[in-house]
Ligand binder design. Structure first.
Ligand SMILES: C[S@@+](CC[C@H](N)C(=O)[O-])C[C@H]1O[C@@H](n2cnc3c(N)ncnc32)[C@H](O)[C@@H]1O
Length: 294
């Protein structure tokens, strides 16, 4: 098994929200007479291996000594999606790491052979693949849920915009609130060009500069003018900026995303939800809002 250690206690909350949403989504698409006519697709674009090594050694729990099964393995998002009672018509799993893609092939072959013909596994960059896929599908006949679960600032705004443009996708996206933008924004200067470019890709605009920094100037004792910038955005303002951008391009979004905290109660990520289909968005957002509150 290719081990994949990531996340923390917040990961459970994230995957529970995803699972509960997918259950409700498939309930609608298997019972509603109009929705039943549509093909449903689940896309996990930062898919991992299907399993999650929690890093815990559960030796004490076993009478038979240490082995792979007594390590703290939990289901990752791919397993969550494949294990649903009501199946999607198609599953697309993307990971740019060869070891992870190959673990996904094994997982499907060994644990979900009955779903193999519905699964596509892509070893590639999620951003470019998704942007192209969104443009080339027949969205009148199908609907999708896309889950973007990156480690950090890997999701490009162009990808989110392509998803919104389909008007057929419900999006769950993990925004790296405490471990992304807020870590690369210095207090007294704008970030260097490497981070500035990354932030512009994440937000899809360089307006973050004027939102997150206050420009000022002072004249010193010798009459020399000095320019200064001061960071004025904390995690709340950063998240509000991202959510405002999201709500501008989707039909409807969850206003208060699920904030995932680490063991010291610091915000790590925000699990955001946006729905693109004009007919389906109100109910989708009602369900997602309820789940993130719970
Ligand atoms: C946090 S993990 C995903 C965990 C997974 N959703 C789960 O619950 O098991 C992020 C994954 O994204 C992959 N990744 C990182 N950058 C990527 C990119 N640009 N395109 C595709 N996959 C990427 C990593 O290899 C890693 O497996």
């Amino acid at each position: 098994m290719a081990t994949h250690r990531f996340g923390g206690s917040w990961t459970e909350r994230k995957l529970n929200a995803l699972r509960d949403y997918l259950v409700q989504y498939q309930k609608i698409f298997t019972t509603n007479p109009n929705a039943k006519k549509l093909k449903t697709i689940y896309v996990d674009a930062f898919a991992g291996t299907g399993d999650r090594d929690t890093g815990e050694d559960l030796r004490q729990a076993s009478l038979f000594g240490y082995n792979e099964d007594t390590r703290g393995y939990q289901e990752g998002s791919v397993k969550v999606a494949l294990s649903l009672e009501h199946k999607f018509h198609q599953y697309i799993f993307i990971d740019n790491k060869a070891k992870h893609a190959s673990a996904l092939h094994n997982l499907v072959e060994l644990e979900f052979p009955g779903l193999a013909d519905r699964c596509t596994i892509e070893k590639t960059d999620a951003n470019s693949w998704l942007q192209n896929w969104c443009l080339t599908q027949a969205w009148r006949e199908q609907r999708a849920v896309v889950f973007l679960d990156p480690y950090g600032m890997d999701v490009e705004w162009d990808t989110i915009a392509a998803i919104a443009n389909t008007k057929a996708i419900d999006l769950w996206v993990l925004f790296p609130l405490g471990i992304g933008p807020s870590r690369v924004l210095p207090n007294q200067e704008v970030p260097d060009s490497k981070w500035a470019n990354r932030l512009t890709k994440v937000f899809g605009t360089d307006e973050w500069k004027s939102q997150f920094y206050l420009e000022g100037g002072d004249v010193d004792l010798f009459g020399v003018k000095r320019e200064s910038v001061t960071k004025i955005a904390g995690v709340d303002e950063i998240l509000a900026f991202f959510l405002k951008r999201l709500s501008a391009i989707f039909e409807k979004t969850v206003e208060h995303p699920l904030i995932l905290l680490n063991s010291k109660h610091s915000p790590m990520y925000a699990l955001c939800f946006a729905a693109g289909n004009p007919k389906g968005a109100p109910i989708a957002v009602r369900i997602a809002s309820h789940l993130v509150r719970g």
